[in-house]
Design a protein around this ligand. Structure first.
Ligand SMILES: [Zn+2]
Ligand SMILES: [Zn+2]
Length: 355
């Protein structure tokens, strides 16, 4: 079958023939229907994130935001069936560790990152393997087909967890999102649906316009002000209740923290780049003086997908609003290459794998 292959870090990606996956006893194989193209794929391709365990030995198939239709299941699988349309979280979990048993499968002790680790070849491919499928394949409700769910990949579901569970955003909260790429725009849309007054911050007017379309009540172009954090504090009359760094560079992280009011909560969604290697200096005394909470957010538990899916089914959330364009598998390498200069808007989705 065809797949987008990482053969050497930072060298051009190619589409190649690879072997079709066979289901492990507890696994299932899905025909991929859609797979979002994400800055995280770009980081993986660059060879970033070895400090995070997301640096696979090449050759490796990329892609971590799939929806699909189950085509085969292993002998031990009980709940997932052939023909079922599923969302596939990138944060594969074991189901047996303490964290899994306590409903925190997204940070499972035996976490496997789909498309980021050699144990889980990715989903820019005609078919993808889902380990421990009874847990890690999330059946879609009748009202949502896999085609339209394809915008619900890591950026959307990660933002849902960050805004709905980790922050959590409640009615009337001032919420500032720093970085309005795919994950940031998803966070704007979701925080708005949860009742927040959302402020988007970015360097590009085009992204800020999209943020307004998705419900932001105000935006700040960080290039046009001296201090974006102060601009947010002015707009919110003292600071935001919730801030998020949806990009993962030192500047956005620091600006996000500095945007908060006393008692505010920062949610770190973006992973850092090869610049920071996971280390960002922060105004720690402010954490004390203002009693600021700093939280991390990773993926979304499969067991809590139903909350997000319910909001999609009732049209409170619309992941298709984030989908910028659809491409075929041969265009994926170019889409990822275009991310090198940060000017892609929204979420591109690959939805044609076998042509
Ligand atoms: Zn686990
Ligand atoms: Zn992603």
């Amino acid at each position: 079958m065809q797949a987008v292959l990482l053969e050497e870090f930072q060298e051009p990606l190619t589409v190649q023939d690879v072997e079709r996956p066979e289901p492990e006893p507890d696994g299932a194989v899905a025909e991929v229907i859609g797979c979002g193209i994400c800055r995280s794929d770009w980081h993986c391709w660059q060879g970033d994130w070895d400090w995070f365990g997301y640096r696979p030995d090449p050759p490796h198939v990329l892609g971590h935001e799939p929806t699909g239709r189950i085509v085969s299941v292993g002998e031990d699988v009980e709940n997932v069936e052939e023909g079922q349309e599923v969302a596939i979280p990138f944060n594969f979990a074991c189901g047996n560790c303490d964290l899994c048993r306590n409903g925190r499968e997204n940070i499972c002790e035996n976490h496997i990152g789909l498309g980021f680790m050699n144990q889980a070849p990715g989903a820019f491919a005609e078919e993808v393997h889902i380990p421990n499928a009874d847990l890690n394949a999330v059946p879609l409700p009748d009202g949502i087909d896999a085609e339209s769910a394809a915008g619900m990949g890591c950026r959307f579901m990660t933002s849902f967890h960050a805004m709905a569970h980790r922050a959590p955003v409640s009615a009337g909260d001032d919420v500032v999102i720093h970085g309005c790429g795919g994950i940031g725009l998803s966070a704007v849309h979701i925080a708005n649906a949860l009742g927040g007054n959302v402020i988007g911050v970015d360097l590009m007017d085009e992204k800020l316009d999209r943020a307004e379309d998705l419900g932001a009540v105000a935006t700040v172009n960080a290039q046009e002000v001296d201090d974006p954090a102060k601009a947010v504090r002015d707009i919110t009359d003292g600071g935001a209740d919730v801030s998020a760094d949806a990009l993962g560079i030192a500047t956005t992280c620091q600006n996000a923290v500095n945007s908060l009011r006393k008692g505010g909560t920062h949610v770190q969604i973006g992973l850092t780049t090869s610049e920071e290697e996971g280390m960002v200096s922060l105004p720690t005394d402010e954490f004390v003086a203002k009693e600021i909470d700093f939280k991390g957010s990773l993926g979304l538990q499969p067991s809590r997908y139903s909350e997000m899916l319910d909001m999609v089914e009732s049209s409170k959330l619309d992941p298709t609003a984030l989908v910028e364009d659809t491409v075929d598998i041969h265009q994926v390498p170019d889409e990822l290459a275009a991310m090198s200069d940060y000017n892609t808007v929204g979420i591109p989705v690959c939805n044609e794998f076998s042509n």
